[in-house]
Each structure stands twice: as C-alpha cells, then as structure tokens.
Design a protein around this ligand. Structure first.
Ligand SMILES: [Zn+2]
Ligand SMILES: [Zn+2]
Length: 451
C-alpha cells in the first residue's frame, strides 16, 4: 500500500488520507482545518493527481474529517462514497452549516475563495453517500482484482467508524477517531481484534496519560459539583462544547444529575447547530441504534436560548450555558459568553474536551488566575477572575487503551496520524519498545509512504 497524508500540517487539521491498495485508489476522509480559512483550510487535493478514485470513506461527521467532501464529490463523481447510516443522516446538516459559516467569513474577511462549495454541492454529497450498517462489508473490483472493506463502530461520536480492508489476504485497518469505552449516550468501539498487516491509527491523546484515580464517573461528579457550587453562589457556568456529540452528551449528563437531585434548579441555555443535532440524534436513537439520546431532555431541563452577551458584563441570570465551540474559537457563542463572564469571581468556565493550545480555549487554560486575558477579535482585555476548570470527558481513547489495541493487532507496519508531534512521538517510542522489528511511519504532509 502507498499512503499519502493530504493534510497540510502535522497535527489535527484537514484530515484526508489517500490509500493506494494494489490498483485501487481510496480516500479516507476529506476534512477542513478549523484553524485556517479558505483554500488553506482544505487538504492538498493536487496530490490526488488526475487518476480516478474508486472509493471515498467518511469515518465521521466532525468537520476536520467531513468539511471538504463536497469538493471531492465535485471533482470525482466516479467514486463510490460510503459512511455509516448515522453519518449519512448527519453529513448534509453539518455541511449546510459549513456553507453558512463560509458565507459569513467571506463578508467579514473579504476572502473571495469562500464559500468553497454551495448548497447544491452539499445536496450532491447527500445523494452520493451510501449509508452502511456497522459490520457490513462490500466488495469493489478493478482490473480483475477485488478489494473488500468493512465499517466498524468506533465510539467517539454517533456514526463514527473505523474501516478495514482485505486485499489479497492482507488486512489493513484505519481506526479513524476512536473511543473504546462507552459514553453516557453512546456505545464504545467494536473493532475486530484479528491479526492485521497494516494499522493506521489516530494519536490524539498520546501526549498525556490519564490522571490516576480519575475515572470518567469521578470526572462527571466533579463537573456536576462545580456546576452546583457555582449556581448556588448565583454565578454562571459556561461549558464550551462541540455542537456535534459533546453538547448532547452533556445535556444527557445534566438531566441525569438533576434526576439524582445533585443539580439545583437553574436555567440551561443552548443555541445554534447543536440544538438541530438534538433532533437528528433522537432519530438515530429510534431508527438506527448504538446511541441513547432522546430530545425530551430539552423539555426536562427547560432549555432556552441565551441572552445577548456584552464583553465585561456577566449575564444577569445565573445558570448553565452550554455553547459551541468547544475550543472557544473566535466569533462563536462560547467565545462571546467567556468575554462576558471571565472577570466575575462568581462564574465558572468548565472545559470538557481537548483544546488546541493555539485556540482561545487553549490560551485561557494556560493563563493563571488573576492574569490578564485578551479577547483579540473584539479587543477586550480582562483579568481571569472566574474559576477555570478542565474535566477529562474526552471522546477519544486513552493512549494506553489505544496502545493495547495496536499491540493486540500485532501489525508489521503502523502509520501514526491525527495528533500533535509529541502525541505521535509517545506512540512511536512505546510501539518501538514493544517490537523493535515493527515498521512505524509518522505520516508527514505531502509525503508518499510505501508500506
Ligand atoms: Zn472527531
Ligand atoms: Zn478528528
């Protein structure tokens, strides 16, 4: 197999891998880099060359995996496009939102590349995508040869899959983004454990091990008690979340805590794309399975839209603000809410997932209590007076679990992707230690690796 990372950066950006397996050309994901805008945010599709694509696999609907799919679909109508059935439902909703965001950016940033695709092209993706069940296999043929592939449930978010290929008795496995354990609303990964020749794995959490004595349950408890304390002192709690997955998981956790009597009565504020995703998750729960989420949670928690935010002015009403984006990226509701809440001792900001160090969320986590923090795009500086906490409720596998999985498959070759350099280095060293004969490739942008 020849593997090419089409992403432009050696980190989690525009995820897209070209796998050339015998005569077959397969693309795994086509994302958008959340930290760039316009053409720079897409994978480098020039590396695809002129040849036809046989197959495009979408592992899940986070934009760093999905966001450029309409561009591929426009340029390669000949390919077979597949995803899980849940992703097939979610993809067009996520992509339509992406068109709206790009149109807004075009006006704000005067970037004439934008939008990179149209609503019509999103519809084209919707028509092209074939939804497959977990565990279902298909075969494609070219030049008298066969390639069999299977989608496997990956946990992480609703609809996420890893994908296995069998070509001439050789097995190749791509993890995609994976979480092995169950979440409150989602079953964990169900990956095959048979011997595999080549493993391509994500490395998101490689840089940091789990803190001892902190389980997922104890982290939920710590979060709920932080919220309860803040609300009882009349403060606001901001929880920055991804609109797809994290927001719904948190709604479910809040409702459970309320039912157990651990969460005092207080308003819950939500807005935007995540509220629409609630309806999709309800439908996926009823029609497809693997997900355990019902939209009745909105009524039970009396969820309402937040008031407008003004920098430096804490919202008049205490309560829980569950807002995207998860990394508090500029121009998003969580960014504006933080600018309103940060300089008041009564408030708390609770991060529940990974924050890239170069995003406002990552910068805030690195700022000491009492130090000054600048909200650059709105030119608002303030001291950090609110309580800032981070909770380990990630949707990605612990590094030790992922390492154990890699050892179980006993591959001859491993390719590392989807992680910061330190995260990849940890996996590289650990895998090398356990099997010095193993071939390990740290995938670099624009490099073709033969394996
Ligand atoms: Zn993801
Ligand atoms: Zn990802």
């Amino acid at each position: 197999m020849k593997l090419t990372d089409l992403g432009r950066q050696r980190r989690i950006g525009a995820n897209s891998l070209l796998a050339e397996i015998g005569p077959f050309r397969v693309l795994i994901d086509a994302g958008l880099d959340p930290k760039s805008v316009g053409r720079d945010s897409t994978p480098n599709f020039d590396l695809l060359g002129a040849g036809p694509l046989d197959l495009v696999v979408l592992t899940h609907c986070h934009l760093d995996h999905l966001g450029s799919l309409p561009i591929v679909c426009r340029e390669h109508p000949e390919a077979l496009y597949v995803s899980s059935r849940a992703s097939q439902m979610l993809a067009q909703r996520m992509l339509r939102n992406s068109v709206n965001v790009m149109k807004r950016q075009r006006d704000e940033l005067h970037n004439s590349d934008l939008p990179l695709y149209t609503f019509n092209e999103v519809d084209q993706v919707d028509r092209a995508l074939l939804g497959m069940a977990f565990g279902q296999s298909r075969k494609i043929e070219r030049d008298g040869e066969e390639l069999v592939f299977t989608l496997h449930r990956a946990g992480h978010i609703a609809g996420a899959v890893g994908v296995s290929f069998v070509y001439k008795h050789r097995r190749i496995f791509f993890t995609g983004d994976v979480m092995f354990g169950p979440q409150a609303t989602l079953d964990g990964a169900d990956f095959p454990l048979e011997q595999t020749d080549t493993l391509v794995m994500e490395t998101t959490r490689g840089a940091k091990g789990r803190v001892p004595d902190r389980s997922r349950e104890s982290e939920v408890e710590r979060l709920i008690s932080t919220i309860a304390h803040t609300v009882s002192r009349g403060g606001c709690v901001l929880i920055p979340v991804f609109a797809l997955g994290r927001m719904q998981e948190l709604l479910h956790l809040l409702q459970e805590a309320r039912q157990r009597g651990q969460l005092p009565e207080c308003p819950v504020f939500c807005t935007g794309l995540g509220m629409d995703i609630v309806d999709y998750f309800d439908a996926i729960t009823r029609k497809i399975g693997g997900l355990h989420f019902r939209r009745t949670v909105l009524k039970a928690l009396k969820v309402q839209p937040p008031p407008p935010f003004k920098p430096g002015r804490s919202p008049g009403q205490g309560g829980i603000y569950l807002l995207s984006s998860g990394m508090m990226v500029e121009h998003t509701p969580s960014y504006h809410a933080a600018a309103a809440m940060l300089d008041d001792h009564a408030n708390s900001i609770c991060f529940v997932g990974y924050c890239d160090p170069e995003t406002p969320g990552g910068e805030l986590l690195a700022t000491a209590h009492g130090d000054s923090f600048l909200f650059r795009v709105i030119d608002h500086a303030t001291s950090v007076r609110a309580q800032i906490e981070q909770f380990d409720l990630s949707g990605h596998a612990d590094r030790d679990e992922l390492l154990q999985f890699a050892r179980t498959l006993d591959p001859r070759t491993v390719a590392l992707t989807h992680g910061d350099p330190e995260a990849r280095e940890w996996f590289f060293d650990q895998l090398m230690d356990s099997n010095p004969k193993l071939q390990i490739h740290d995938l670099l942008p624009n490099e073709v690796v033969s394996m």
